[in-house]
Design a protein around this ligand. Structure first.
Ligand SMILES: [Zn+2]
Ligand SMILES: [Zn+2]
Length: 45
């Protein structure tokens, strides 16, 4: 159950401060199955 229906659109819908990493493609690991050095394993950069 929701206590307070939110009339406002979620902020994350406007400008998410994260983008799919251009190096690992968002997986967080590189082609060698190691932590992506570009995003640090987050999958976003
Ligand atoms: Zn990247
Ligand atoms: Zn990456």
């Amino acid at each position: 159950m929701t206590e307070h229906p939110d009339d406002r659109a979620p902020l994350v819908d406007l400008a998410p401060q994260r983008w799919q990493c251009c190096h690992c493609g968002g997986t967080g690991v590189d082609s060698y199955a190691e932590t992506c050095p570009h995003c640090g394993g987050l999958g976003f950069c």
